[in-house]
Design a binder for this molecule. Structure first.
Ligand code: NDP
Length: 314
């Protein structure tokens, strides 16, 4: 059957590895997908520099360049890319409705959500200024660049604990800055951190400023119990205070965890709404890698294709 009333077969919201991988699969399956890029075309990888852990790039690749490759591959098979933001959805169904920020209404039989997540930041001017010049929100991505050096990490949840132990394997010393006198991380992760010899804990400690002009040279910290300030010399400053999935517009439609991560049926990209699929970091707070996001983007496109076939739409 062919498309009727200009109802799109597949609309993809988001343009990171999940969104573009979904687009590559959907366009090769003749689903004529449209990708709405959102406010950060290319997603989180466009704010990183070297990517060395994505398979297929033995010499590494710049994040923005890799996302350009993803986009070009999707466009090659007929994906339409719109540099617009989706601000509202209506999944009453069976045809789904979405609206762009400029007010255009689009109807689609299937919607693939790939809106990703954003790292939370402390909000310091120095943190923004030294972003990618020693400041990072991803130890797995950037830790390697600081091997043999001293770094600091802020945070006390499971992510911070995991990243601190990861960094401790690469770096000579990890200074872990915790704002309270205890960690939020699970007991086992806390024990792992506390047992690691080259992790030095700083309790009741807040970051006043990341130091450096063209790169990080240190961090000025303050003990919030004593009011005392001091400086630590480090070349890397990692922020691991959580991520926020970009899922606000789906509240009330798609089942989500309290933290906002979308819930999918295990082993699939299916959400609680028929014909709406979720992929990438918007539904994954555990792995959060480009390669895992791409994998779930592929799953979402295959699930969408099967759904359209079952409904007799393709
Ligand atoms: P969490 O929200 O659990 O923890 C955030 C941490 O950052 C808290 O310790 C918080 O401190 C601290 N923090 C927040 N804002 C600031 C700030 N402005 N200055 C200093 N510190 C700050 O986020 P995570 O990313 O760690 O974890 C998210 C979810 O993912 C959790 O459910 C976690 O269990 C899960 N996860 C599981 C993993 C696993 O099982 N292997 C690995 C990683 C994550 P405070 O405690 O004082 O509020």
């Amino acid at each position: 059957m062919s498309e009727t009333n200009n109802i799109k077969k597949t609309v993809i919201i988001g343009s990171g590895p999940a969104g573009y991988t979904a687009a590559i699969y959907a366009s090769r399956a003749n689903l004529d997908p449209i990708v709405y890029t959102g406010p950060e075309p290319g997603g989180q990888l466009t704010i990183t520099t070297d990517v060395e852990n994505y398979p297929g790039y033995p010499d590494g690749v710049q994040g923005p360049e890799m996302m350009e490759h993803f986009k070009n591959q999707a466009v090659r098979f007929g994906t339409e890319v719109k540099f617009e933001m989706i601000s509202k959805v209506d999944f009453t169904g069976p045809v789904h409705k979405i609206w762009t920020e400029s007010g255009e209404e689009i109807e689609a039989h299937t919607v693939i959500i790939a809106t990703g997540a954003s790292a939370k930041w402390l909000g310091l001017e120095s943190e923004q200024r030294l972003m990618n010049q020693g400041v990072s929100a991803c130890a797995v991505c950037d830790g390697f660049f600081f091997r043999g050096q001293e770094v600091a990490i802020v945070g006390a949840g499971d992510t911070a604990a995991e990243e601190a132990t990861y960094l401790a394997k690469l770096c000579t010393k990890v200074h872990m800055l915790v704002r309270r006198d205890e960690m939020r991380a699970s007991k086992i992760m806390q024990e792992r951190v506390l047992k690691t010899e080259n992790i030095q804990m700083y309790w009741n400690t807040e970051t006043e400023e990341v130091l450096g002009d063209d790169g990080v040279t240190g961090v000025r910290i303050k003990n919030n119990k004593t009011g005392e300030s001091s400086e630590i010399a480090v070349t890397g400053f990692f922020v691991a205070i959580g991520h926020k999935p970009n899922t606000d517009i789906f509240k009330g439609w798609i089942d989500m965890e309290d933290s906002g991560y979308l819930i999918t049926i295990p082993g699939t990209a299916k959400t609680n709404i028929q014909g709406v699929f979720a992929s990438g970091d918007a539904q994954d707070h555990v792995y959060r890698q480009a390669v895992t996001a791409a994998g779930t983007g592929c799953m979402a496109a295959l699930d969408a294709e099967r759904y359209l076939a079952e409904k007799g739409i393709i």
